[in-house]
Write a protein that binds this ligand. Structure first.
Ligand code: C2O
Ligand code: CU
Ligand code: CU
Length: 486
């Protein structure tokens, strides 16, 4: 969506605000034949006045239609995924969250560099209660972010039931003509595990591996079709799944990576495929050079999960092998079909974006080591051999300093590591320098990986967390605390 359309929508939203709850099912809209047209997720209604933007989000259980059946989901404002929160750099935001569930929840604004004293990961909002998140979006916040619940122990179940939404922050670079000329779509990748017509509850395997659902949905829809009006696309991708990895490939077309978790890279990076771990975001551009239908596929990816053997129960488990035909990861899965416009003439891609700050790793005041491990059979996961304890401070840092964190995965499974509030840059992986500079807040570690990241503890003091973004692992102990002092 270009900026003018966006402004019209925001204005329309401002006029219509009040309750801000817009019951709308995203699912099941069908075009002629069996084609499901991709629906854009609704924008969150906002009220904008003199640089202050106000909005309301409410977590509430609603029956929605998913892939042709009615399922009782946990939603934000009766929508799953939740409505898109569109903001701009420099905005002062007042976001009122109300919990209409029967269990504690809260809101985490994943990807924003805002104070941990605002984005309180340890806050519990009791059923019926509200909490106001008030913050300003600093320069450099632009990018594709998202929001989801964060009460320790409840995250996996609440996200599996549908709670998450995209949050888009625009900044000056979004006005580049090459970006404005492209057709923009936000694609929230979120799988769903059903048991009959209800959300499947977690079993032991789900707690070990992280739950993957058989329905690989895009914006809540199963295998929708995107009929492109333009030949150049800008896709904002959010992996909002509990545990599923997406190894994305678009048939016959390279993906031009223009942004990672924390906004634009320095220049587009051409990729044949893109791996998106849970919690990660990426923006890619696509140039459709000929007419036709092209599948956006999720290719098989082995992340070292435990599989149940066909016979022998627990004794027959093996890692990373597809036994008993139960794994969905054996073959590519079509997520979305892109239909090119007739006689497509792609507009040019941007040649470059602003250069990114080079962090001076030599000036780091502290080097920290975080070792990942697990006790698979108990579904317990650890950082530095410890399970999460909200009352324990694992790391204590000083505001305004740079730290180097060495992440070492000694477990047998991939883990996507995430730090709140303080975006970082990847220095190297197993001694190999990162090929391009980028701001990140999630980095995936395969078995045996040693990844070094540079973490500037800028601007804010407070207590926050880092954790594995396979949210079952987070709920089962793989989280630590960071206190940043003045
Ligand atoms: Cu999406 Cu604590 O994270
Ligand atoms: Cu986060
Ligand atoms: Cu993990």
């Amino acid at each position: 969506m270009n900026d003018i359309n966006r402004r019209q929508l925001l204005t329309a939203g401002a006029a219509a605000l009040a309750g801000a709850v817009l019951p709308r099912s995203l699912f099941g809209a069908r075009a002629a034949g069996s084609e499901t047209l991709l629906l854009e997720t609704p924008l969150l209604e906002t009220r904008r006045s003199a640089g202050l933007i106000e909005a309301r989000l409410e977590s509430v259980v609603k029956p929605l239609s998913v892939a042709g059946q009615q399922v009782s989901l946990m939603t934000y404002n009766a929508s799953a995924p939740g409505p898109i929160l569109r903001l701009r750099e420099g905005d002062a935001v007042r976001l009122t969250y109300t919990n209409r569930l029967t269990q504690p929840s809260n809101l985490h604004l994943h990807g924003l560099h805002i104070s941990p004293q605002v984005d309180l990961p340890l806050l519990e909002v009791a059923p019926g209660d509200s909490h106001v998140y008030a913050f300003e979006l600093p320069k450099g916040s632009s990018g594709t972010h998202w929001y989801h619940p964060h009460v320790h122990g409840n995250v996996a179940a609440q996200m599996a039931a549908g709670l998450s939404g995209a949050m888009i922050v625009s900044g000056p670079m979004d006005a580049m003509p090459e970006l404005v000329a492209a057709e923009e779509h936000v694609l929230v990748l979120k799988d769903l595990a059903l048991q009959g017509s209800a959300i499947k509850s977690h079993d032991m395997m789900d707690w070990m591996n992280g739950q993957e659902g058989e329905l690989q949905l895009v914006n809540g829809q199963l295998k929708p079709t995107l009929r492109a009006q333009k030949a150049t696309l800008r896709l904002r991708l959010v992996n909002a799944s509990n545990a599923r990895y997406y190894r994305l490939k678009l048939e016959d077309h390279p993906l031009y990576l223009i942004a990672t978790d924390g906004g634009f890279v320095e220049k587009p990076v051409m990729l044949e495929e893109l791996l998106l771990a849970p919690g990660e975001r990426a923006e890619v551009m696509v140039q459709l050079t000929r007419e036709g239908s092209f599948k956006l596929q999720n290719l098989p990816y082995k992340r070292g999960t435990m599989m149940m053997g066909g016979m022998g129960g627990m004794g027959g488990m093996s890692r990373g092998m597809n036994m008993g035909g139960s794994s969905a990861d054996a073959a590519p899965v079509t997520l979305l079909t892109v239909v090119a416009p007739s006689n497509p003439k792609p507009t040019p891609l941007p040649t470059g974006f602003a250069s990114l700050e080079r962090l001076d790793v030599g000036a780091a005041v502290a080097t920290r080591r975080i070792t990942f491990s697990e006790q698979m059979m108990q579904a317990q996961f650890f950082f530095n051999k410890k399970s999460f304890d909200a009352k324990r401070i694992d790391f204590s840092g000083k505001r305004g300093t740079l730290e180097v964190w060495e992440l070492h995965n000694t477990s047998d499974m991939d883990h996507p590591f995430h730090l709140h509030s303080y975006p970082f840059q990847i220095i190297d992986r197993n001694g190999v320098p990162e090929p391009y500079r980028a701001w990140k807040d999630v980095v995936n570690l395969k078995k045996n990986d040693l990844v070094r990241i540079a973490v500037p503890l800028r601007d804010f003091t407070g207590l926050t967390v880092y954790h594995c973004h396979v949210v079952e692992h987070e709920d089962r102990g793989m989280m630590g605390t960071l206190e940043v002092r003045a």
